[in-house]
Design a protein around this ligand. Structure first.
Ligand SMILES: Cc1ncc(COP(=O)(O)O)c(C=O)c1O
Length: 319
């Protein structure tokens, strides 16, 4: 199988001190726009749409700074697939960093209020959307469906060719990526790995159920994974100045860039766990970089992060 992303050693004095071996799976650089878990999740979704002669396009959901919406818009632009984004929030957001690019790449943006957005999984609301956008394939928020699981599972196949490891860590939002990794691990021939998901949102225990629902039957009894729910740092996209500085310092030491919403929260959790003595001596750990660097653009725009420290993410008109 083709290896989509490289695996590289990550060096930090704390890793030496705690005697762990750390590598990073660079899914963030698979593609300049469709990066990280987005590539993995969209791969089989788009293949499905492209082979369906009756399909008119794709429709999906997201917040106004959504990495998924941003990546989907570009992927559809490249594949010439019409696409619709149902966006939580007001029309004004159409001019923000994330959505102005999505619009530029041809996504039709439909803004809905929070109450309507909450109905995004309801059968009657989905039926209404199907009537409004006939023969559009509906991809759930974050892209997390069974096609996504198949795509993410391939990360494990790649890793098994690239290295031997004990533990794999990923940031977790909707749970699709974690479910894909569990599935991939369960399908592989070798012994099971320990898979840790760092929940980036508050009160995320409900995700355990969502993850179970996404798992194929044979992976449902695979209990070698843990969702860590104590490292959200106040909630989704919330972090302190201290947290942001710790991520910046880590980026500087390791020469790999992480952002504070997903991959950076995984890093902070990892550093905390190291200090708590969570890992064994000699443990071989792989961190999954799930991308999402475009999100920095919106945070700079809102004054949450400084451009001179984080750098404005580069975007492209075409590739
Ligand atoms: C960059 C990035 N990393 C990680 C995640 C979490 O993935 P999941 O929603 O599959 O748990 C997301 C959200 O989709 C994301 O945008």
């Amino acid at each position: 199988m083709t290896i989509l992303s490289k695996l590289q050693p990550l060096h930090h004095p704390l890793f030496t001190q705690h005697k762990v071996q750390v590598q990073i799976k660079r899914d963030d650089i698979i593609h300049p726009i469709i990066s990280g878990n987005k590539w993995r999740k969209l791969k089989y979704n788009l293949a499905h749409i492209l082979q369906d002669k009756n399909s008119n396009g794709v429709l999906s959901f997201g917040g106004s700074y959504s990495n998924h919406i941003h990546a989907l818009a570009f992927a559809c632009y490249q594949q010439k697939i019409p696409c619709v984004g149902i966006i939580r929030g007001e029309e004004d957001y159409a001019n923000n960093f994330t959505l102005s690019w999505a619009k530029h790449w041809g996504m039709a943006l439909h803004f809905v209020d929070r109450k309507t957005y909450r109905r995004r999984h309801d059968t009657d609301y989905l039926l209404q959307l199907k009537q409004k956008f006939p023969h559009y394939f509906i991809v759930p928020e974050g892209g997390s469906n069974t096609f996504a699981i198949t795509g993410v599972a391939e990360i494990i196949k790649e890793l098994n060719q690239q290295t031997t490891f004990d533990t794999l860590i990923t940031p977790t939002g909707s749970g699709g990526t974690l479910a894909g990794l569990i599935t991939g691990d369960c399908q592989s021939k070798g012994s099971l790995h320990k898979i840790l998901g760092v929940a980036v949102l508050k009160e995320a225990e409900y995700l355990i159920n969502d993850i179970h629902k996404l798992l194929p039957n044979r992976a449902k009894h695979h209990n070698n994974w843990t969702l860590l729910t104590d490292f959200h740092r106040g909630g989704y996209a919330k972090f302190s100045q201290f947290d942001a500085n710790r991520i910046l310092e880590f980026n500087h030491v390791t020469e790999v860039d992480f952002e504070p919403v997903y991959s950076g929260k995984m890093i902070l959790a990892f550093l905390d766990l190291l200090e708590q003595g969570y890992f064994s001596k000699g443990e071989r750990i792989v961190l999954l970089h799930t991308g999402g660097m475009q999100g920095i653009g919106g945070m700079i725009e809102r004054g949450i992060l400084k451009a001179d420290q984080w750098g404005m993410p580069k975007q492209v008109n075409s590739l």
